[in-house]
Design a protein around this ligand. Structure first.
Ligand SMILES: NC(=O)c1ccc[n+]([C@@H]2O[C@H](COP(=O)([O-])OP(=O)(O)OC[C@H]3O[C@@H](n4cnc5c(N)ncnc54)[C@H](OP(=O)(O)O)[C@@H]3O)[C@@H](O)[C@H]2O)c1
Length: 253
């Protein structure tokens, strides 16, 4: 029960890694608030998680988290743990990348994530959280350090997000807020089928990715979530600013 009575906000908590983390936090006693875009999967997720509340919010619209933040302020007056996990994939060869695609990926994966943190800060740390310490975990990707053809938009956004996490880590340390990143390797979640590629190309991509992973398998959302929960918990009380690869050995081996 590492999260007994903790107030947790999961941005992008209605699918894949975010949902697994939301379930994990709640299973250890947290009050979980989660956001996403799809009302159907928000409803389904909230129904499956004790005490959870869900809010529809598009992170690209930086005011859209106002409703969930107001509800948390009203109910608890603080956020103990913020997990910023929303993200979209995007593949295109360099010659075909359009400014619109570039902006869409960066609006969600970089700009939206930064402003989601900024807007939550008044409820966090020693000023916002009743003198208690609090933690931010941000989902990065090994794509920020691995050079994969076709991945330029996503890689650039996630590398920017890594810089955001490090800078926030340094800037928020004096407010009692730890900031860490978890960077998954290929993980079996709905994002794989949301690439816009035809099914044969998705199957080929899955085979190519699995072959390239030293453990020769993809990760599960629960395996990524366990790292998120660790960094969010008091067990990680002396850890801030790190980027933890949870990737079956892709980056380090
Ligand atoms: N799976 C992998 O192999 C992998 C590898 C490295 C990093 N990651 C990262 O892991 C994170 C979670 O992805 P996942 O694999 O679990 O995929 P997923 O199942 O597609 O989940 C993505 C989550 O982000 C939310 N989201 C996307 N765009 C949003 C927006 N504009 N506003 C608010 N929420 C938004 C989704 O909500 P809706 O469903 O409602 O859109 C969903 O909850 C992402 O940041 C992704 O980049 C994944």
């Amino acid at each position: 029960m590492r999260f007994k009575d903790k107030v947790v906000l999961v941005i992008g908590g209605n699918s894949g890694i975010g949902r697994a983390a939301a379930e994990g936090f709640a299973a250890e006693g947290a009050h979980v608030f989660l956001t996403g875009r799809s009302q159907a999967t928000i409803d389904e997720t909230v129904a499956a998680i004790p005490r959870a509340q869900g809010f529809r919010a598009d992170i690209a619209d930086i005011d859209s988290n106002d409703a969930v933040l107001a509800a948390i302020r009203e109910a608890h007056g603080r956020i103990d743990i913020l997990f910023v996990n929303a993200g979209i994939g995007a593949f295109a060869p360099v010659d075909e990348v359009t400014p619109e695609q570039w902006d869409e990926v960066h609006d969600v994966n970089l700009r939206g994530c930064f402003f989601a943190v900024q807007k939550a800060l008044p409820l966090m740390g020693q000023s916002g959280s009743g003198g208690r310490e609090s933690a931010i975990v941000i989902t990065g990707s090994i794509g920020s350090v691995a050079a994969v053809p076709g991945n330029v938009m996503y890689a650039a956004a996630k590398a920017g997000l890594r810089a955001v996490a490090r800078t926030l880590g340094a800037e928020l340390i004096g407010r009692g807020i730890r900031v860490n990143m978890v960077s998954p390797g290929p993980t079996e979640t709905p994002i794989i089928n949301r690439s816009g590629l035809p099914p044969e190309a998705v199957a080929g991509m899955r085979t190519m990715m699995t072959d390239a992973i030293p453990m020769k398998r993809m990760g599960t959302p629960e395996e990524i979530a366990r790292a998120v929960l660790f960094l969010a918990s008091d067990e990680a009380s002396f850890i801030t600013g790190i980027d933890l690869y949870v990737d079956g050995g892709c980056v380090e081996l």
